[in-house]
Write a protein that binds this ligand. Structure first.
Ligand SMILES: *[C@@H]1O[C@H](CO)[C@@H](O)[C@H](O)[C@H]1NC(C)=O
Ligand SMILES: *[C@@H]1O[C@H](CO)[C@@H](O)[C@H](O)[C@H]1NC(C)=O
Ligand SMILES: *[C@@H]1O[C@H](CO)[C@@H](O)[C@H](O)[C@H]1NC(C)=O
Ligand SMILES: *[C@@H]1O[C@H](CO)[C@@H](O)[C@H](O)[C@H]1NC(C)=O
Length: 366
């Protein structure tokens, strides 16, 4: 190698080194987390403690009592689960602390959870005009949006470009309360487009306020839930699918989720600058059932609640899990069940679903 060649090599090396030194701070900046805040709206699939802090009855509800929380928090937190929910796994995957519930005024530096168990997508006045009464809370999606606006005003920095918004799942209570109010299947079905319209309206308002990343979960297949299986039990074997789920319930959930996806496509056209993603709870849940064996779920108890009182699906309304005064019936290993209390899922089920959703959605958010 000639001197000039070596000199050239040194010059080039020094040049490359200085460029990389120059790039380090830049690069570090680029890898700063793009999401540092989460705002969650919804119902008991995502509530981390709001409903049990609503007066006057929240603290008396079953979810405020043992064995809720037994697996992870070792005490009831207001989550409708034995442990963590999908939103908890999302926060952890982003390196953020678990989201604090809005009604427990505390640290909201990394976001707020506005979800309330029992909340409906449609508002109180609208539902009560149709003879449907709210059973647990009046904190519908619109109320949760107002809470968010209040929260936004009290923030010094109002930019939302590092915030992730999760709107839902919500709507399941609108349908359940309609059924409890003896509405016909047709009347309940007619609520679906209204529930989806409400999603659209709220998401639009959030984007107008500055949201740029929105994840919107659809419905779980309700025909596989012990509560639905119990109320809809029939001797007609053709009413069930190969996994033992009621086809009518799953069809209903698929209808909701299909209309929701169509609404999201419309929103993407209206707001091309925003990332609006559909979170497919329906398929993700069915994958748990299909792969039960590999995932460690007990196949014979696949559709049975872990915590509950009797019946073919270990679910008996109103003898719900956590009801004060009833003996506690809880399965020895919740990790082997998909359903925790007949309505909500176990931590194990949520963790597996979250894993799959994170793999699917997070790359599109960064
Ligand atoms: C309730 O919802 C209905 C239907 O979406 C809407 O027209 C009405 O303005 C809402 N009422 C309140 C008080 O927000
Ligand atoms: C909802 O609001 C109505 C009217 O203000 C009130 O009578 C009812 O008690 C509230 N329900 C709940 C569960 O807070
Ligand atoms: C619904 O129907 C059942 C049985 O007929 C009745 O016991 C119940 O009171 C009704 N519920 C409402 C909210 O009307
Ligand atoms: C199913 O069939 C059994 C025996 O024929 C009957 O006793 C029972 O009431 C039926 N159940 C339903 C939900 O139709």
């Amino acid at each position: 190698m000639s001197v000039t060649e070596r000199d050239l090599l040194i010059i080039v090396t020094v040049f490359i080194l200085s460029i990389s030194l120059f790039l380090i701070p830049c690069d570090a900046f680029r890898h700063k987390p793009k999401i540092d805040t989460i705002y969650q709206f919804g119902d008991s699939l995502s509530d981390t403690g709001n409903l049990i802090h609503e007066k006057p009855t929240g603290a008396d509800l079953p979810i405020a009592h043992y064995p809720y929380g037994e697996t992870f928090f070792r005490k009831p937190t207001g989550r409708s689960c034995d442990g963590r929910l999908i939103i908890d796994y999302f926060a952890q995957a982003l390196g953020l602390p678990l989201l604090n519930p809005y009604l427990v005024k505390s640290d909201f530096k990394h976001g707020v959870n506005f979800a309330v168990s029992g909340a409906t997508a449609l508002n109180t006045s609208f539902l009560s005009n149709r003879g449907i009464s709210q059973l647990y809370t009046n904190s519908s999606l619109e109320v949760q949006l107002e809470w968010f606006k209040t929260r936004l005003q009290s923030r010094a920095k109002k930019r939302l470009d590092r915030a992730l918004f999760i709107v839902g799942a919500i709507g399941g209570n609108d349908y359940s309360f309609a059924t409890i109010a003896n509405k016909t299947a047709k009347e309940t079905m007619e609520l679906v487009p209204l529930v989806i319209q409400k999603h659209k309206e709220i998401i639009g308002k959030l984007i107008d306020l500055g949201a740029t990343r929105v994840v919107v979960p659809g419905d779980l297949p309700s025909g596989c839930s012990p509560s639905f299986l119990t109320s809809g039990v029939t001797n007609d074997t053709s009413a069930y699918d190969e996994y033992g789920c009621l086809i009518s319930g799953n069809k209903f959930s698929a209808y909701h989720s299909g209309l929701l996806q169509r609404a999201l496509a419309e929103l993407r056209t209206t707001y091309p600058h925003a990332v609006i993603l559909y979170a497919d709870l329906y398929t993700t849940f069915l994958n748990l059932i299909k792969n039960a064996d590999n995932l460690g779920f007990g196949k014979e108890n696949m559709l049975k609640a872990c915590c509950g009182t009797g019946g073919a699906y270990n679910f008996d309304f109103p003898r719900l899990c956590g009801t004060v005064g009833l003996p506690v019936h809880v399965c020895p290993n919740p990790d082997m069940r998909v359903s925790w209390d007949g309505i909500h899922l176990t931590q194990k089920a949520y963790s597996l679903m979250a894993e799959s959703l994170i793999r699917d959605l997070f790359p599109k958010l960064m």
